[in-house]
Design a protein around this ligand. Structure first.
Ligand code: C2E
Ligand code: MG
Ligand code: MG
Ligand code: MG
Length: 284
């Protein structure tokens, strides 16, 4: 209970909320030093071609190895990094590191084929004036072809986006970088708006595929996914599905025409070496 006059004014009725706030504050202030100390690392999750079952790329997913709290997932610190602006140097580091890794795979693991790399961009990064220049510099510095990079932007980040916000994405797309619309279906999807966006890939959110984990699948779920896939294809967008956890889901989604899949059924996110082993085993 909050004490009135004289007591500790910051004491509140909810000690758990206080603890969370303290942790959040601690994490927020620790972020810049964490980047300097190299406490962030990237896990890679394979992207699998649904036609031939081959790995053709990976999504870079950042983690923080915190000295006290252990490994933290992006949901625990990306919002804080967004809030404080640290997302700009952190995002730059992720891009640099992921692009370097992709180039390494291409040069030293020809058996993987022409690996592509997907990197997430947060709304703040999207608005950062240096985005295009820095991305081009990273690509040129590593020798990775623009066509081997895919930047993932969430649907919600682009809701109501004006031309000013879309311009950098358009410029990157013109250079050959793929832009994917991430978490598609979770935002307030304006399907007509899709035509206006410089995206070439639609990533169907896990919430759509959840219902397909076990048979029988709800026929309405099937109809919805079928509709989205056919709309995407008619707009010449490729469809990637997130969160494929079972073989039944994979079969169903392949039948519905999805192009690429990602999920625990194929592989959990892991260290880059894990992808080498996968290529030899051929994912599925
Ligand atoms: P996302 O881009 O939608 O990434 C997919 C998330 O789903 C990842 O969570 C991944 O580990 C998880 N996932 C993949 N397959 C499955 C599955 O079969 N089942 C289930 N239940 N989950 C699966 P993660 O790694 O915790 O990342 C969460 C979000 O954090 C990402 O969502 C992305 O929006 C953001 N994020 C990750 N790395 C970065 C980054 O470097 N920069 C920015 N700005 N955001 C990032
Ligand atoms: Mg993503
Ligand atoms: Mg996603
Ligand atoms: Mg997601």
């Amino acid at each position: 209970r909050a004490k009135s006059a004289g007591g500790n004014r910051y004491e509140t009725a909810d000690p758990e909320a206080d603890a969370r706030a303290i942790t959040r504050h601690g994490l927020t202030t620790a972020l810049p030093a964490a980047l300097e100390r190299g406490e962030f690392f990237i896990e890679y999750q394979p992207l699998v071609d649904m036609c031939d079952g081959k790995v053709h790329g990976a999504e870079a997913l950042v983690r923080w190895c915190h000295p006290q709290h252990g490994v933290l997932g992006p949901d625990q610190f990306i919002p804080l990094a967004e809030h404080t602006g640290l997302i700009i140097p952190l995002g730059r580091w992720v891009l640099q590191e992921a692009v370097r890794q992709a180039r390494y795979w291409q040069e030293h693991h020809a058996d993987l084929g022409p690996v592509r790399i997907n990197v997430n961009l947060s709304p703040t990064q999207l608005q950062h004036p240096g985005l295009v220049k820095e991305t081009v510099a990273v690509l040129e510095g590593s020798g990775l072809a623009p066509g081997s990079l895919c930047l993932e932007v969430t649907e919600s980040a682009l809701i109501g986006a004006d031309e000013g916000l879309l311009r950098p994405l358009r410029q990157l797309a013109e250079l050959g970088v793929d832009i994917a619309l991430d978490d598609f279906g979770t935002g307030y999807s304006n399907l007509a708006n899709l035509r206006r966006l410089p995206v070439s890939i639609l990533k169907l959110d896990r919430s759509f595929t959840k219902g397909m984990q076990h048979l029988p699948v709800d026929p309405v779920d099937l109809k919805i996914v079928e509709g989205i896939v056919s709309l995407a294809h008619s707009l010449e967008l490729a469809v990637t599905v997130e969160g494929v956890e079972t073989g039944a889901q994979a079969d169903q989604l392949r039948e519905l025409g999805c192009d690429t899949a990602q999920g625990w059924y194929y592989a959990r996110p892991g260290p880059p070496e894990k992808l080498h082993a996968l290529s030899l085993a051929d994912a599925v």
